[in-house]
Design a protein around this ligand. Sequence first.
Ligand code: BES
Ligand code: MN
Ligand code: MN
Length: 456
Amino acid sequence: MEAIKELLDASKQQFLDELFELLRIPSVSADPKYKGDVARAAEYVKKKLKDAGADNVEVFPTAGHPIVYGEKIIDEKLPTIVVYGHYDVQPADPINLWTSPPFEPVIKDGKIYARGSCDDKGQVYMHIKAFDLMMKTNTLPCNVKFMIEGEEEVGSAHLGDFVKANKEKLKGSVILISDTSMIANDIPSIDVGLRGLSYVEVEVTGPNKDLHSGVYGGAVANPINILCKMIADMKDENNHITIPGFYDDVLTVSDADRAEMAKAPFSLDAYKKDLAINDVIGETGYSTQERTSIRPTLDVNGIWGGYIGEGSKTVLPSKASAKISMRLVPNQSSEKTTAMFKKYFESVAPACVTVKVMAHHGGEPVLTPTDSIAFKASSMAMEKTFGKKPIPTRGGGSIPIVALFEKELGLKSVLMGFGLDSDSIHSPDEHYGIFNYMKGIETIPYFFKYFTELSK
Ligand code: BES
Ligand code: MN
Ligand code: MN
């Protein structure tokens, strides 16, 4: 382990340079315009896995973006750690809000600024370099398989097929993922749960064409007004979601568990200050941390209709639309929730409009075990490098593939993430601390070591 640390310190600049090269590739999975760049990023990951000493490294095409696979099998009798991550990134929009260009990484105040620096290229690259170091120092203690995909940010539509078709290839002992955050650099934590997602698009149609808002206004339904009211009605005065049955399957967290979670350090003042808000809002009876982890949500992600050009145009629009997401918690089901939403939304639409509900991708919520050797190994690894035992936390985001791995491969995941909530993932000026990058590379080999030892 000393040899790894020494080599890591000596390689710092090179490891940053290599990550920068990956960050310069705009691998935006959502936008077809970047298809070639996404493919380029896959090739780069492939090359770096090969250079580090992985075998059978391949870029697997899918109907969408490719999946990179590589492995190092040193002994069939030893455990196999399957590392999952994604090399695709969210769009950089709104681009004018970035202080420096999103695909021209720069270091400011010890942080790497670029789209994907934290989510998830920076965290994926930690694994490649940790593997590289274990290979160079002859200390890889077990087998490892890498599966790095290019469609996580658009719902991993084709990864499920890949997993189903390659069960033998992906056989392993545990899935290791660095794609989440910790409480703070001096308060390490490990997510032991993620929320699921149900995502719909709705369209409300009033008259068969846009109308003069003076000639018809007041007598004919305005679909934007109706849509806004329908959305507002989906929460009551306690910010409780009103869709019938919505909470039926929600796993109630015990008071004891809530009390335990509440011990995690959190400053509401700092939270508000960071976001420049005067107050928070959410479901009555739950704390801010609970609202973003153990409780489901309903949020409008985008809404459009009518005239939004320069100046004013008096128009009573024919259509209005919105994209709505619901974050789900154990044991809610994405499919069931989407169906519930559709039924409700259609049933409450007034006769003066027609509505359409279209389902987008979803994902299931998960809880990862805390009594497993994998969790123990990650806890020991972080304690070793941070000097503090990590706190188990529940993450608010979603990584749909985690539930799928469990279902298809029977494998549990460990969410050993090194980001911070304040890293602005999906936002302008996304960044990742050099401290976090280096700490991650240092910690991963300890996970390998402890997991192998505990598996004996
Ligand atoms: N890495 C995030 C998920 C995440 C972030 C989990 C922080 C916990 C803490 C991931 O890349 C992501 O953004 N997922 C999407 C999923 C969706 C596109 C299906 C999300 O959560 O919105
Ligand atoms: Mn991610
Ligand atoms: Mn993301």
